[in-house]
Every structure is written in structure tokens, then in C-alpha cells.
Design a protein around this ligand. Structure first.
Ligand code: 9PG
Length: 531
């Protein structure tokens, strides 16, 4: 793959004229906006990523207007057709196949970044209309690096920003991911982690007995289905924030459970939301000064979570405080080294990057998040496997080994109601999760191992049809990321276990997403090609 930076000319960031058709200068690409698709990437693991046509509006999930967990609160909202904002990277492709262009950030701590893109026909006409012969269509981009809008007229270099064009738009995206991964010393496991996770069957009700039953079932299917780790997801802790206090559902204690998991030759995994605190947790009561606060001195609210308590706002640790960093390190050290949980799922990490008044005002939001992540890595040790979730993508490169790249799957495809309520952008749905699995496949192996979320092949407690299960198995397998089961394996019928085995067999990097610019439906959004 060769990536060419557009000319040698510096890119002016106030209104960089990146592209022109039908006129002199710039890059000629197809017939103009009528045949263009723009790839819009989202802020964190759960955020929607897909290509839009220029007659679409960049709709936001209005249902989450109060506390949106998927959109950077400082990213401008865009509702006009033909005007988009994309986080970290964007790409433009001509659907008729003449090529495309990529614009992506590769700068380190400034990787909490947004590009605001618009196509304009100088002197009038809507951008998605045919501009007419000889009319110039300009694509302009305004860039923000980690909260700072680059001054009008400023120039940047390819150290911060990569701009490239060429005949293969997906190849350009891969080239950008490779450049960012190299610049930020990405951690890419030799083989994507695989295992079993308690969440999508037991949810927060998970008990020690459930995990022990899963462990026995994993031994039962081991010849067919490799499960490298067994993970206790959300439900072991006494309170959000008190990660070392286990609740009554795990009577043997978490260290004993990890030892028993490891005795079977598997790694033990555990879920935490390291930067979140419940206002009634021991940590929040003992250290009110650790909380991230707003200008008025009130603790910042990260979200309300229906699963925990919809009436309670979840608060955030200020990761620029040395005592918070020491605490995070200690929590991770205890879980990974003392208790033996080598695999840590770090959830709701966006919270550490929310706007607020920090102890160290000299650090940006991305740097604060990175300080928290680095503390967890130091505590857990270099050989721990860190899986990012709800985590802004850029600042995590080089710390996490794996990264969730879509919203949660669910034992349902996601119906019309969810599509309406969430403006087709987010929400918990296997359909939306699998769309991101395909549209963010190019990150895999460059920035980390992609985690497409769990595969459910069960026939109990599910409304997924046979065809939907097969789509899930194919999307996860063909894109070569992590393969994680979340069923009661002792209840899965043999023909469905065959599908789980097939998913493992398909994975291995022999396929490539060759087109992700076709349209919004996951069924049509990509073409995948085997070698
Ligand atoms: C555990 C779960 C699982 C899952 C994660 C994450 O906005 N929300 O209220 C919200 C709730 C749950 C959620 C994402 C967002 O899911 O992705 O795999 O670990 O937490 O609680």
C-alpha cells in the first residue's frame, strides 16, 4: 500500500480546499457531490461510524440529548444536509469508483480531534445538486485538535494530519490507521484475544455459580471452540467505583474465582469502569476532592445508567490528580497481579475526557484521559490484556490491546422503534453493532485488535433469527477481530455450536472490506473480499 500526501503543499486548516471537480486545480473526483460518500467516524467505541451521502443530514441521537455517551460534548452538532463532522478521521469516496481522499489525525496527545466538513459550490447551489458544467465544488474542512480550533490561516504538517488521495479509498483508510499506529506505538496482539463474557446472557445479575458453570461448559466445548479467557463482566462489584469490594453474589471472593479459572488453563477476565464513581460509593464519600467538577464546583455527571440506577448520576475521577493516579494504579495492580485477572475490560472510559475544571489546568481532556489509562497500564503490568470500551479512539492507541469498535450487541437485531428513537445512529442493537464491525474493520491490526462485541449463537433467551445469527457470525469472523461468546454454552444446540466454531475458523485475516461507502444498511454497506 502506498499513501501519497496530496502534493507538498501545506494544508490550510481554516478552509482547506481539499477537493474540486469540474474545474481547474485540486483533485478531480467523479461527478461531484451527487456521487460522493463521506465516511463519518464517531468519538468513542460505541459511536456510529458510516458513510453518508451528501443529501443526508448528520443526525444525532436526540433521545440522548441530556447525557449522550457517544458524542463528544464539544463537537459541534450538524443538522444541515451535506455538512458533517467526523472524529479522528474522515474519508471521501466517489461511488462511481474514480477514487477518494482521506484526512486523518496522527498527532499523539492531540488525537481527541474533530474535522468539520462541508461541500460548497462557491456562489450558490446546494452541494448535493449538480453544480453544472465548469462549476467548482469545494470540500472545506475545519480542524480542532483536542479542544483547540486551529487558527484561520494556520498550517499544519503531516506529523499531525495525514491527507492523501488515491484510487482505493478503503486502502487510504488502512494507510492512515497504519500511520497512526506506527506514530503512537500501537499494541497489536499477535492473535486477537478470544473467550467468554458473562454480560449478554446474565447481565448485572451474574453470580459466581454462573461463571463456574460457564467454566465447566467451556471445558466441554474446548475441542470445538477455543475460549482463551473467562470474563466476569459488570455485576461483581459492590458499587461503581469500589472495584475491590465484591458483592454477596460471589461468596468465594474474586481472587479464589480467578485462581479456579486459571487452573483450567484459561485467563481470568474482569470488567471495571475505572474512571466512574457512584456518588454513594466509598471512594466518592472518602474523597470528594477527587471528583471532576464543573465551573460552578458541582461534580460532572457522566451519565445516568438504567442498569444501575436511572435516578443516580454517575460521577468521574479527575485523572490529572496524583492521588487519583495512585488510586487507579493500585486498583489495577490488585485486580491483575494480586487477584490474577490478566484481562481487564475498561468500560465507560469517555468519562475521564469530559469537559471540566481539572486539578492540572495545563492538561487537555485527551491528556487527562491518557493519564488515567497510563495509570491502569502501569498498575496492571505490561503483560495484562486491556480491552477498551466506551473509550475515545485516539488517546487509547498505544495503551489498550483491544478496543470495542461498536455499540453493544443484543439478543435482538434492532427493530424500527430503535431506529426511529436513536435516529439510526446508536442505541443498543446487533444491527448497528455489526455495521460498525464492518465500517471500522480497517482499524484492526493497526491500532489494536478490534473487539466487535460478543457472538450469540444460542436458541434460548434470544429473538435473533437464524439468518441474523449467521450474519453476526460472518461479520465477526470475516473481519478477524476478537471472538467472544456470551451464551449459556451448556444449552447451545450442536448445530449452533458449529456456527461458533465456524466464526473462529473464518477469523484469521484472509478477508478485507473492499467498499464501505455504498449505503447505511449493514447488509449493503460493505463488500468483503476473500483472498
Ligand atoms: C455493562 C455493560 C457491558 C457492555 C458495555 C456497556 O449509556 N448507557 O447507559 C450504557 C449502558 C451500558 C453499556 C453502554 C452504555 O454497555 O458496552 O459490553 O460491559 O456496559 O454495564
Amino acid at each position: 500500500l502506498s499513501v501519497t500526501v496530496v502534493g507538498d503543499r501545506p494544508v490550510r486548516l481554516d478552509d482547506a480546499t481539499l477537493l474540486a471537480t469540474g474545474g481547474p486545480g485540486g483533485l478531480r473526483l467523479g461527478a461531484g457531490p451527487a456521487s460522493w460518500s463521506l465516511y463519518r467516524n464517531g468519538w468513542n467505541s460505541w459511536s456510529n461510524a458510516r458513510a453518508f451521502t451528501f443529501d443526508e443530514a448528520d443526525g444525532d441521537p436526540w433521545l440522548f440529548a441530556i447525557a449522550d455517551t457517544t458524542l463528544d460534548p464539544e463537537t459541534p452538532r450538524r443538522r444541515e444536509p451535506g455538512r458533517f463532522r467526523s472524529e479522528l478521521v474522515t474519508a471521501l469516496a466517489d461511488r462511481e469508483g474514480s477514487g477518494g481522499l482521506v484526512l486523518g489525525f496522527v498527532g499523539g496527545a492531540r488525537c481527541l480531534s474533530v474535522v468539520d466538513v462541508a461541500a460548497e459550490v462557491p456562489g450558490g447551489a446546494l452541494p448535493h445538486d449538480d453544480p453544472g458544467p465548469g462549476r467548482l465544488v469545494e470540500l472545506s474542512a475545519t480542524c480542532r485538535f483536542d479542544g483547540t480550533t486551529v487558527d484561520p490561516g494556520a498550517t499544519t504538517t503531516t506529523e499531525d494530519l495525514l491527507v492523501a488521495d488515491g484510487p482505493d479509498p478503503v486502502g487510504l483508510l488502512e494507510g492512515w490507521a497504519a500511520a497512526l499506529g506506527a506514530a503512537q506505538s500501537a499494541r497489536v496482539p499477535a492473535r486477537p484475544p478470544h473467550g467468554w463474557c458473562s454480560w449478554y446472557y446474565h447481565y448485572a445479575k451474574v453470580t459466581e455459580a454462573d461463571v463456574r458453570r460457564a467454566l465447566a461448559a467451556a471445558d466441554g466445548v474446548a475441542a470445538d471452540v477455543p475460549l482463551g479467557y473467562v470474563m466476569v463482566d459488570d455485576g461483581h462489584q459492590q458499587a461503581i467505583g469500589d472495584w475491590l469490594a465484591t458483592n454477596h453474589k460471589f461468596p468465594s471472593g474474586m481472587a479464589a474465582l480467578a485462581a479456579d479459572i486459571r487452573a483450567t488453563g484459561r485467563d481470568a477476565g474482569i470488567w471495571i469502569a475505572p474512571f466512574l464513581v457512584d456518588p454513594d460509593s466509598d471512594v466518592a464519600r472518602a474523597h470528594p476532592d477527587w471528583l471532576l467538577r464543573d465551573e460552578a464546583g458541582e461534580p460532572v455527571t457522566a451519565l445516568w445508567n438504567q442498569i444501575w440506577n436511572l435516578r443516580k448520576r454517575q460521577q468521574v475521577l479527575d485523572c490529572t490528580r496524583p492521588d487519583v493516579v495512585a488510586h487507579l494504579e493500585e486498583v489495577a495492580r490488585t485486580l491483575a497481579r494480586d487477584w490474577g485477572y490478566r484481562v481487564l475490560k475498561l468500560d465507560f472510559c469517555f468519562a475521564a475526557a469530559l469537559p471540566g475544571v481539572r486539578h492540572d489546568p495545563g492538561r487537555t481532556r485527551a491528556q487527562a484521559l491518557r493519564a488515567g489509562l497510563d495509570a491502569v497500564r502501569r498498575g496492571a503490568g505490561d503483560d495484562a490484556v486491556l480491552i477498551g470500551c466506551g473509550l475515545p479512539l485516539g488517546p487509547a492507541v498505544g495503551v489498550v490491546d483491544a478496543m470495542r469498535i461498536g455499540t453493544d450487541v443484543a439478543p435482538a437485531w434492532g427493530g424500527k422503534v430503535t431506529r426511529w428513537a436513536f435516529s439510526d445512529q446508536g442505541g443498543i442493537s446487533t444491527r448497528i453493532a455489526m455495521r460498525n464491525t464492518l465500517t471500522r474493520a480497517f482499524l484492526h491490526g493497526h491500532l489494536w485488535s478490534n473487539d466487535p462485541d460478543c457472538v450469540m449463537v444460542r436458541t434460548d433467551r434470544t429473538r435473533l433469527t437464524e439468518a441474523e445469527v449467521r450474519f453476526l457470525v460472518a461479520a465477526v469472523g470475516l473481519t478477524d477481530g476478537m471472538v467472544v461468546s456470551s451464551d449459556r454454552l451448556d444449552k447451545v444446540p450442536p448445530e449452533r455450536l458449529d456456527l461458533l466454531r465456524l466464526c473462529h475458523e473464518l477469523s484469521g485475516g484472509r478477508c478485507r472490506v473492499v467498499d464501505l461507502f455504498a449505503g447505511p444498511e449493514p447488509e449493503t454497506v460493505v463488500s468483503v473480499k476473500a483472498d
